[in-house]
Design a protein around this ligand. Structure first.
Ligand SMILES: *[C@@H]1O[C@H](CO)[C@@H](O)[C@H](O)[C@H]1NC(C)=O
Ligand SMILES: *[C@@H]1O[C@H](CO)[C@@H](O)[C@H](O)[C@H]1NC(C)=O
Ligand SMILES: *[C@@H]1O[C@H](CO)[C@@H](O)[C@H](O)[C@H]1NC(C)=O
Ligand SMILES: *[C@@H]1O[C@H](CO)[C@@H](O)[C@H](O)[C@H]1NC(C)=O
Ligand SMILES: *[C@@H]1O[C@H](CO)[C@@H](O)[C@H](O)[C@H]1NC(C)=O
Ligand SMILES: *[C@@H]1O[C@H](CO)[C@@H](O)[C@H](O)[C@H]1NC(C)=O
Ligand SMILES: *[C@@H]1O[C@H](CO)[C@@H](O)[C@H](O)[C@H]1NC(C)=O
Ligand SMILES: *[C@@H]1O[C@H](CO)[C@@H](O)[C@H](O)[C@H]1NC(C)=O
Ligand SMILES: *[C@@H]1O[C@H](CO)[C@@H](O)[C@H](O)[C@H]1NC(C)=O
Ligand SMILES: *[C@@H]1O[C@H](CO)[C@@H](O)[C@H](O)[C@H]1NC(C)=O
Ligand SMILES: *[C@@H]1O[C@H](CO)[C@@H](O)[C@H](O)[C@H]1NC(C)=O
Ligand SMILES: [Cu+2]
Length: 564
């Protein structure tokens, strides 16, 4: 702590200084409304610094970045640094009512982003209501000075961030979701770097264009910030080589398309090796629920060679997988493998001390006061983990834990489903749809090696759930369709080169097993990254207790934390 304060002071004096090789940076993020016109319709959106997508942060591995967040908007806000582990520093993690109270209009909060072993692409986003629809941006983390990428240096690097756009105000979409008890209204478009592309009505000029030189290779740093959909993305006539995900490298593999979950990042190489001309890049939703009405539109951007003639008046569109192609989504994700080489060793926990099994479901609750909500049969839609539909507490769990304030949360989140059933059976009885609303956490002793099996259920037909864990990256050691079999499935685990990620899509009616070592003390949120599922309660939190050594304890809170 003392050295940190010293570095802090030196930083102020010199305006940035090398500490070993890690640097301390400081930036201001002004949260404010800005008028945006898209699809011939204008609205005020919440932004950072008036831009959408928001500013990109650039850092080297191990850097510390201080962000002074100043809320000049008219809504509560919090910011989360997605995939940054924040060792011992949950205070700056950001999820509202989990690690902090909201930054209310007219107030500010300085957050410290402590990078450690992350390298590649991560991102930041609002973690308050549905504000992340427009409040988000990319974080690029280069290797330490002097260290090379584990692939040939690209000609240039291009952040590509996807978003989901409603013509209505996003707060109105959120309020309507809660008031109606049903699905959210269908969005109007998907965006690539803030633009829908020209396949929408009134979007002719709103297309992101990437200009490339023939024969050169480009590193695309992709982030899916869409609210509720895994996306398929492809570039006409070009093959993609995937080299990283979620701030770590993977064994390179070629694919004609990618499937990217909300919360996930994918780094890929694109070689401009086709006839110089213009080509479409395109993205659309993957949807595994047959009866769901959803935004089936296609966002496009243009890949344009610097020298071409004559211009193809109708550039080719890529072949994206069918929107219901579960195999395309799952097989892409299963191709991700850690590099696991001499320079990029892995450290998969082999001795599991804490086994957890979380059944994750969409549910129904009775509508209030005997009214009819917009969910199935007049119910209110909900979602749960082990039958607990998470309720945000009135003050943050971290504060309650640190100050030992009782009555804010319980520590009895079930380690196993309280009432096991055939999770993926086709004809589950309606009584299983009920869930229990509660604010419960799992408390872990420092240093536990944890395995979580996330088991999807087929309640309400089932759907994919991209799960995200704060404070950690985890190894995905196995996955499969149907019910997890604790006697058979572990023998097929990949303990050799499993991918190290912070977000993993648990496919419809399937299971996924993940492992991590609980050596980052604090309060850490875990939730589905489909925004409506989060809002419906598909969330829980871990409290990882301090260890005995000084370096195993949570840092003290910063001098000022937002108040509730
Ligand atoms: C955001 O805007 C403020 C005020 O104009 C400016 O000082 C700051 O540098 C900007 N931040 C970034 C990350 O661009
Ligand atoms: C941040 O808030 C504090 C009060 O909590 C105030 O003293 C300070 O001036 C504010 N800083 C800015 C840049 O608004
Ligand atoms: C597109 O841009 C051109 C040139 O700036 C302008 O004349 C035209 O009205 C724009 N079209 C739309 C649909 O905004
Ligand atoms: C998209 O959905 C609309 C109705 O919601 C339907 O009319 C249209 O045919 C669908 N388009 C595609 C390409 O499936
Ligand atoms: C996916 O949709 C296509 C039509 O778009 C249909 O022919 C096919 O049966 C569907 N597949 C599944 C698995 O539902
Ligand atoms: C599943 O997807 C992979 C990757 O796209 C493809 O190679 C394979 O043929 C597909 N399998 C089926 C049964 O469609
Ligand atoms: C596994 O961890 C437990 C608890 O920390 C410990 O008692 C045991 O010795 C470990 N086993 C192996 C094989 O490392
Ligand atoms: C909705 O009500 C119908 C008729 O009572 C019933 O058959 C069906 O199982 C109910 N569906 C759900 C999901 O509760
Ligand atoms: C669970 O449901 C599946 C699908 O309906 C069925 O094949 C399987 O036999 C069931 N398992 C048990 C243990 O009942
Ligand atoms: C879930 O909780 C509700 C409310 O407490 C209870 O009625 C229901 O039986 C539970 N269901 C399961 C599958 O545990
Ligand atoms: C903003 O946050 C404060 C503190 O938690 C809370 O009292 C207030 O209701 C919030 N405002 C809205 C509109 O949610
Ligand atoms: Cu989900």
């Amino acid at each position: 702590m003392e050295t940190f304060i010293l570095q802090f002071i030196v930083f102020f004096l010199l305006g940035g200084i090398q500490i070993g090789q890690a640097e301390l940076q400081r930036h201001t993020f002004i949260v404010k409304e800005a008028l945006y016109t898209r699809l011939c319709s204008s609205k005020n959106i919440l932004t950072v610094n008036g831009t959408f997508p928001g500013p990109t942060l650039y850092a080297n591995r191990g850097d510390t970045i201080i962000i002074d967040v100043i809320n000049q908007g008219s809504e509560n806000i919090t910011l989360h640094w997605h995939g940054v582990k924040q060792p011992r520093n949950p205070w700056s993690d950001g999820p509202e009512y989990i690690t902090q109270c909201p930054i209310q209009p007219g107030t500010n909060f300085s957050q410290t982003i402590k990078l450690s072993d992350e390298e590649g692409t991560l991102w930041w986003h609002a973690h308050s209501g549905w504000s992340r629809a427009t409040v988000h941006g990319v974080i690029i983390i280069y290797p330490t000075n002097g260290i090379k990428y584990p692939f040939p240096k690209p000609q240039a690097e291009v952040p590509i961030i996807f978003a989901q756009w409603w013509k209505s105000d996003i707060q109105a979409v959120y309020k309507e979701l809660i008031a109606s008890g049903g699905q959210e209204i269908i969005s109007d478009a998907f965006f690539i770097n803030g633009q829908p592309g020209d396949l929408y009505p009134c979007s002719k000029n709103d297309t992101f264009t990437l200009t490339v030189d023939s024969g050169k290779t480009y590193l695309l740093r992709m982030v899916n910030s869409a609210m509720n959909f895994i996306l398929f993305f492809s570039v006409a006539n070009h093959q993609l080589t995937v080299v990283g995900t979620d701030g770590s490298y993977v064994k390179p593999f070629k694919s004609d398309y990618i499937a990217i979950s909300p919360g996930q990042t994918i780094d890929l190489l694109l070689k401009a090796d086709q006839t110089p001309n213009r080509y479409y890049m395109a993205a659309k939703a993957y949807n595994s629920v047959p009866l769901l009405h959803y935004d089936n539109s296609t966002a496009t951007a243009i890949l344009q060679y610097s020298k071409y003639s004559p211009a193809d008046p109708s550039p080719p569109l890529p072949n994206l997988p069918n929107s219901n192609d579960t195999n395309a989504s799952v097989s892409f994700t299963r191709n991700l493998r850690s590099l696991a080489d001499e320079n990029h060793p892995i450290n998969v926990p082999l001795n599991v001390t804490t086994n957890l099994f979380f059944a994750v479901s969409v549910n129904t609750l009775p509508c209030e006061n005997g009214k009819a909500c917009a969910g199935i049969n007049g119910s209110r839609l909900a979602a749960s983990m082990n039958n607990n539909s998470f309720v945000l507490p009135p003050i943050d769990i971290l504060q309650a834990y640190y100050k030992m304030i009782g009555g804010v949360y319980g520590d009895e989140f079930p380690h196993f489903p309280p009432f096991p059933f055939n999770y993926t059976a086709g004809d589950l009885p309606a009584k299983l749809l009920q869930a229990n609303r509660a604010t419960e956490v799992v408390v872990l002793e420092y240093g536990r090696t944890v395995e979580i099996v996330l088991q999807g259920t087929s309640l309400l037909s089932g759907i994919d759930h991209p799960f995200h864990l704060h404070g950690y990256s985890f190894y995905v050691v196995g996955s499969g369709f149907g019910n997890f079999d604790k006697d058979k499935d572990p023998s097929n685990y990949n303990l050799v080169d499993p991918p190290l990620v912070n977000t993993i899509a648990v496919a419809k009616s399937s299971w996924t097993a993940i492992r991590f070592k609980a050596e980052n003390p604090g309060v850490w949120f875990m939730h589905c990254h489909f925004q409506r599922h989060t809002s419906w309660g598909m969330d829980m939190a871990f409290i990882v207790k301090d260890g005995n050594e000084r370096k195993q304890k949570m840092l003290p809170p910063p001098p000022y934390m937002p108040k509730c």
